[in-house]
Design a protein around this ligand. Structure first.
Ligand SMILES: *[C@@H]1O[C@H](CO)[C@@H](O)[C@H](O)[C@H]1NC(C)=O
Length: 345
């Protein structure tokens, strides 16, 4: 009797433990395991989803992997393949910081990744740049963490970076505004090299120097002015060395755009870049972001043209991404190093 009970107990425990294993492994597609032993990929995170279409289909630069052309996972499609001699995984993250951070973390946790390249469109905040220009900022800030202060006279909080005083935007000037003032606060940055659970307060998140250096060789790249009969007002150019900013709101307001530019010296406004950069840096990954200015974030004179340039700008961004990927040495050559930079193997 005791022997039978033991056997039953053993059987039950085997069933339970195999269930536990199944729960952990079943949702992971087999492809993820098979891809995990491949040489590492460049992770390309687009701010827009590709739906069922093949990424980079306009210029055919992306060649899907014959064995695993894509992996569907966690509600996202990870396209597997090559651009030139580099293996890439391309995924669309969708709008906003949560989607961007979650997609980046999934990519880094489940695939072997050697660098992250993020790209999409943005609002332009610098009047010296034109709609259609493609920017590769050296750093991004997250300007969506606010301390909404009790009163206009409240002191600037610790870790506050700047203020937005609503009263300053009254027309006619003067009076008092019940919305008062908000202080822009630094992010809480956790990283694998830092002490666990001890975040560093940080406002700017820098793109990786080696990738920026490789990107600098793209200066002067020929971008298209027209696509399918839609032409940008000016010949677009690639601009490096600027700042970008990210928050969970779409800016279509000239006064706020000018505030962001004059306060934080930013040239582009978007809803994902800072999250992708912060998440990548947190895991010790090299990362860079490329954004095409599809509108002027509300500063357009006359009718709103924010929709019409999306396709041509997105095409120029993809062109820039492909050129960058083609300038990154393949993994056989080891770690990604910018020219004239000392890199340990
Ligand atoms: C970028 O931001 C930094 C820090 O605020 C500032 O010192 C620098 O001048 C900015 N760069 C540009 C090109 O505006």
């Amino acid at each position: 009797m005791a022997g039978k009970q033991m056997k039953l107990l053993l059987l039950v425990s085997v069933v339970i433990s195999s269930l536990a294993v199944n729960v952990l492994t079943a949702p992971l597609p087999r492809a993820i395991k098979e891809l995990s032993v491949r040489p590492p990929f460049l992770g390309l995170i687009s701010a827009h989803s590709y739906k069922q279409a093949t990424p980079f289909s306009d210029d055919g630069a992306f060649k899907p992997d014959p064995e695993h052309p894509y992996v569907d996972f966690s509600g996202r499609r990870f396209h597997i393949g090559t651009i030139g001699s580099n293996s890439v995984i391309i995924v669309g993250c969708g709008t906003g910081l949560v989607n961007a951070a979650a997609t980046t973390q999934l990519l880094l946790d489940f695939f072997p990744i050697r660098a992250v390249i993020h790209f999409g469109t943005a609002g332009g905040a610098d009047s010296s740049l034109s709609v259609g220009d493609v920017v590769i900022p050296m750093q991004f800030s997250q300007t969506g963490i606010w301390d909404w202060l009790k009163s206009e006279a409240a002191p600037q909080p610790d870790n506050g970076v700047a203020d937005l005083e609503f009263r300053r935007y009254h027309i006619p000037i003067g009076g008092y505004n019940l919305l008062g003032r908000v202080a822009y606060m630094k992010e809480y940055f956790f990283s694998q090299t830092g002490e666990p659970d001890v975040p560093v307060r940080k406002f700017w998140f820098e793109a990786s120097e080696d990738l920026l250096q490789i990107a600098s060789t793209l200066e002067g790249i020929e971008l298209d002015q027209c696509l399918n009969g839609v032409c940008l007002p000016k010949q677009p150019k690639l601009v490096l060395g600027v700042n970008g900013t990210t928050a969970n709101f779409f800016v279509e307001n000239a006064a706020y755009r000018d505030f962001l530019h004059s306060t934080f010296h930013v040239a582009s406004i978007d809803m994902e870049s800072a999250a992708v950069i912060m998440t990548s840096l947190s895991s010790g990954q090299q990362v860079i972001a490329i954004r095409g200015l599809a509108n002027s974030a509300g500063a357009e004179g006359g009718e709103d043209s924010s929709e019409s340039y999306d396709a041509i700008v997105a095409a120029n961004v993809e062109k820039t991404v492909v050129a960058l990927v083609n300038n990154i040495p393949s993994p056989r050559l080891g770690r990604i190093c910018g020219k004239n930079r000392k890199c340990s193997a």
